[in-house]
Write a protein that binds this ligand. Structure first.
Ligand SMILES: Cc1cc2nc3c(=O)[nH]c(=O)nc-3n(C[C@H](O)[C@H](O)[C@H](O)COP(=O)(O)O)c2cc1C
Length: 494
């Protein structure tokens, strides 16, 4: 299945919570809170107590926030007159500066290594290209001072020595703010762009990723710390010998401010979860609803002990959207309008074709789902918008459409939404807090629907309320991303 946060929004219909119900869950939790106790959130905590662990008072967790650059996401509303370029530096700069103004932990860039295709044409969202993340983040390092800078970079098609250098360099340039979202890719189509080529089975991809990260850590550890007479430390010879990589020499970059850039993981399979528990500092998850979030949180945190790690050593941050309004009703109405723009009639058919793997352009978006079954061997869709199990997804869509009497477009609107926090700033702040205090998340990767101004209102209106609640920083306390996240120093090996 496609797993880009945005593509997931479009294609992970089988597992995603219906838009309406997700919105209602978040909204109702928070409405209760603000309705009774204003901004203190005591009622939100009380409500959450009914369903799980909840922290109150000094015990409360601090929320971590990240900004996902929207760009090619299917959540982005390009029809909005305020939409701007997804490649101009000014767009990246605007979102990054806004996130830093809001004291966010980090700025996040997804990665696409091949332009996706639909019916032999470049996918609509990719027609303006996909820039390279580490280059963009290096430029952003110059216009930000505290914000973490996270790049999604593939472990299947890169080499540890080269990538470890680039990440360590970004960590130096930014004064300790670099993060690496380790993805593995899931399709041979992308592989055709690379010498390694083709496709690795999931287990092999994660075997390679685990040794890749371990090797990068050996390289980052290979320089001694600075000391008298050696202001940058001293390079020591490294030699890595393993099934995936056989390399030796000297690393070119002195030990960077964080020692090891922060490692993020985003795959969701059994192998992906185990890899996260063994190696990641953060999991970027798609399990955003209260119930799914708690189940995922419990699962991942329980895996840590086997690796000698504590629950606080790994942060779970689902990708979520949000819509604000002057009243909860107005926000709900606005959210419904945004969903209609995201899933236009044309996009509804596109989403349908992604699941069915067939040309369904003759179907009426306001009519019923096709009676015909998906084509299991279809090559209609290429790249990370492919659906792994079309029959199962189609069955889920059909069941929902029949149960609720939904058209094609309505079904796509319901099934492809990710968790969304909808309401007044008070409602949204209370709901975010509830999710974190009841262990459905440690924080959130926020995906705005406008490029690049989509975070402005959140920073101006919601962040101050989180600060008032005492669950979000009012100033950065440290200089590095690791310090924002409260992560332990990496243990140097060798
Ligand atoms: C929330 C989320 C975001 C992801 N973002 C990207 C991305 O930006 N680029 C990419 O190539 N893969 C991305 N992936 C794909 C995964 O890293 C992984 O390659 C894919 O999910 C297959 O692994 P799995 O079988 O463990 O899920 C993302 C996955 C998830 C769950």
């Amino acid at each position: 299945m496609s797993t880009d946060p945005t593509e997931a929004a479009r294609t992970a219909a089988g597992s995603a919570a219906p838009a309406g119900s997700a919105a209602r869950t978040a909204g109702s939790a928070a409405c209760t809170a603000t309705g009774r106790t204003g901004r203190t959130g005591r009622t939100a905590a009380g409500r959450a107590r009914d369903t799980g662990t909840v922290r109150t008072g000094a015990d409360r967790k601090r929320i971590h926030l990240a900004a996902h650059f929207p760009g090619v996401n299917s959540t982005t509303v390009w029809a909005d007159p305020r939409s701007r370029s997804q490649i101009a530096f000014s767009s990246f700069e605007h979102l990054a500066r806004t996130a830093e103004r809001g004291k966010f932990d980090f700025f996040f860039l997804a990665e696409g290594l091949r332009l996706r295709e639909h019916k032999g044409l470049i996918h609509d969202l990719d027609v303006v290209g996909r820039p390279e993340s580490l280059t963009v983040l290096s430029a952003l390092a110059a216009v930000t001072g505290r914000l973490g800078l996270a790049a999604t970079v593939n472990a299947t098609f890169n080499e540890p020595y080269e990538l470890a250098r680039r990440l360590a360099t970004l960590d130096h340039l930014s004064g300790g703010r670099a993060a690496w979202n380790v993805v593995t890719s899931s399709d041979a189509f992308t592989g055709e762009n690379f010498r390694r080529g083709g496709y690795l089975d999931r287990a092999d991809r994660y075997t390679r990723a685990a040794e890749f990260v371990a090797t990068a850590r050996e390289l980052w550890d290979s320089w001694t710390d600075p000391g008298p007479g050696s202001p940058y430390g001293t390079p020591r010879r490294f030699a890595h010998s393993g099934p995936q990589f056989e390399i030796e020499g000297e690393f070119t970059v002195p030990r960077s401010p964080q020692g090891h850039p922060v490692v993020i993981q985003a795959g969701d399979s059994e192998e992906g979860r185990e890899f996260a528990a063994s190696a990641a500092d953060i999991v970027f998850s798609r399990h955003g609803t209260l119930e799914a979030g708690r189940a995922f949180y419990t699962d991942i945190k329980a895996r840590l002990a086997a690796y000698g790690r504590k629950p606080a050593d790994l942060k779970i941050m689902p990708g979520v959207t949000f819509v604000l309004g002057d009243s909860d009703a107005e926000a709900q109405e606005r959210a419904a309008g945004i969903r209609r723009q995201q899933v236009s009639p044309q996009n509804a058919i596109l989403a349908l074709e992604q699941v069915w793997g067939r040309d369904l352009s003759a179907y009426d978006p306001d009519g019923p789902l096709p009676a015909i079954d998906p084509d299991p061997d279809s090559r209609l869709v290429q790249g990370r918008v492919r659906v792994a199990d079309p029959a199962a997804v189609a069955a889920g869509w059909r069941a929902l459409s029949e149960a609720k009497g939904l058209s094609i477009r309505q079904t796509v609107i319901e099934t492809t939404a990710r968790q969304s926090f909808i309401g007044t700033p008070e409602t949204v702040a209370a709901a975010l807090d509830t999710f974190v205090q009841t262990d459905a998340a440690d924080g959130f990767i926020l995906i705005p629907h406008l490029t690049p101004g989509g975070l402005d209102d959140f920073v101006d209106q919601v962040v101050p309320l989180l600060q008032e609640r005492g669950v979000f920083r009012t100033e950065y306390e440290g200089g590095t991303l690791r310090s924002h996240l409260g992560l332990p120093e990496p243990v140097r090996k060798g």
